[in-house]
Design a protein. Structure first.
Length: 83
């Protein structure tokens, strides 16, 4: 899997630790496939106030490309706490 420039910029700008993003992709709580060829990996991050991290990967390219990552505020309402 390779990083896009945007992905690297967003980790820095949004203060998302790389290990959180890696752990989300390796061990997601939820995974969603979208029609646009992306797969969304979602994980609750206990070290960050139990916020939900969404990492988006383009799975239509080889190697797969990490597109972006962000804490998804919408998910606080949709998912019960996993802790």
């Amino acid at each position: 899997m390779e990083d896009s420039a945007h992905f690297a910029d967003m980790l820095h700008e949004r203060r998302i630790k790389r290990e959180w993003a890696d752990h989300t992709v390796d061990n997601p709580d939820v995974m969603e496939d979208h029609e646009d060829g992306t797969r969304h990996f979602i994980k609750q991050i206990s070290e960050c106030d139990d916020r939900w991290l969404r990492v988006i990967v383009n799975v239509n390219v080889n190697p797969n490309r990490l597109v972006t990552a962000f804490f998804d505020r919408r998910l606080r309402k949709n998912y019960a706490s996993k802790s």
